[in-house]
Design a protein around this ligand. Sequence first.
Ligand code: DON
Length: 368
Amino acid sequence: MRRFLFSDIAVIAATSLIVTVVQAATPPAKADVAVAVEVEVEVEVEVEVEVEVEVEVEVEVEVALSAAYAKYKDLQEGANADYIPALAKVDSNIFGIALVTPKGQIFSAGDITSEVSIQSISKVFTLALVMDERGPEAISQNVGVDATGQAFNSIVAVEQYKGAEMNPLVNAGAITATSMVSGSSREEIWTRILNYYGDFAGRELSVNKEVFDSEAATNRRNQAIAQLMYAYGHIKDNPAQATDIYTEQCAVNVNVLDLATMAATLANGGKNPLTGKQAMDIENVPEVLAVMATAGLYDDSGKWLYLTGLPAKSGVGGGIIAVSPGRFGIAVISPPLDAAGNSVRAQKAIADISNALGGNPYVVKPTE
Ligand code: DON
C-alpha cells in the first residue's frame, strides 16, 4: 500500500512553486488582468490537487482501519487483567479503533462509545504534567528514564538501584511522578491531574468508581513499592497519598476517541487538534515520546519499537495509544492482554494500521 502524504506534499509544493514563479516572472505593468487570471487558474489547480490528495488519504486511512478491525475482531487471544477484580468483569469483546490527525480529522472503526479505565496510559500524562511544572530534569534525576527490562510492578527493579534508574511508566516511577505534582491538598492535586488529562482528551473526564474502589482495596503491592521509593528518598512525603492518587488516576474512564485525541495531542506538539488548546509545553513533548518509546510497553518495548517505530503506551484496562509525530495519534481498546500486560488486539491492529500508512518515523526514502 502507498505511504501517505510524502509524495503528496511534494506535488502540492511543486504546484505552489508554479504559482510563485508565475507571479515573480510576470512584468507588473503590462497585463495585470492576464496575470490575475493565470494565478487564479494555478491556485485553482493547487486547491484541486490538495482536495484530491486529502480524499485519497482519507480513503486510505479508512481502509486501513476497517481492514484491521475485520482481521482481529474475532481473535480470541489473551485474557482480561484480573489482579484488579473489577477489570475481570469488563466485556472482553469491546474492540474499538480511532485515529486522529494533527488537522483534527477523526477516523474510527468498531466500538467508539464503550469506556474502560485508562490505567497505565495515565502515567504518560502525569509525566507530562510533572515536566511542565518542574522541567524534564526533575524526572530524569528523581525517577530515571531507562527501561527496567522488568514487569511494570517489579520490586526487584526498585531494589536493584535503590529506586534510581527507573522510569515514569513503571509503577514505582509513576507513583513517584504522581507524588511530585504540586498542590496544597489531595483535592487540589487531584483536580490538577484530572483537568490536565481532560485538556488532552478535549472533554471533562471522570473516574470509574468501581474500578477505583476495587484497586484501592487490593493494591498492597503498589503500597509496598511506594514505601520503598519513600525509603530510598524518591518520594519525599506521604507515600500512601501518592499511591491513592495514582490509583485514582488509573481509574479515569476513557473511550477510544478520548485516547486517540490524547495521542494526537502528543503527535501535534502538545496542542489538542480538536480544541486547539495547548495542553502541555511544546518543549517537553520529545522527552515524553522518548520515554514512551523506551518503556511504553514495559519489557516488550523493544519488540514493539522494532515492529512499529512508534512511541506508545499500554494500560491493563485494554487500551493502547501510539504516536506518529506530526502524522497521527492512534488508539485501540480491547481488554484481553498478553503476559506482559499489553492488549493483544490493540498491538496487532495498531502495528498493521501504522505500517499500512507509513507511520514509522524511522522509515525514510534515500535522496535521489
Ligand atoms: O498499578 C497498576 O497495577 C494498575 N493501576 C496499572 C498497571 C498497568 O496498566 C500496566 N499496563 N500495562
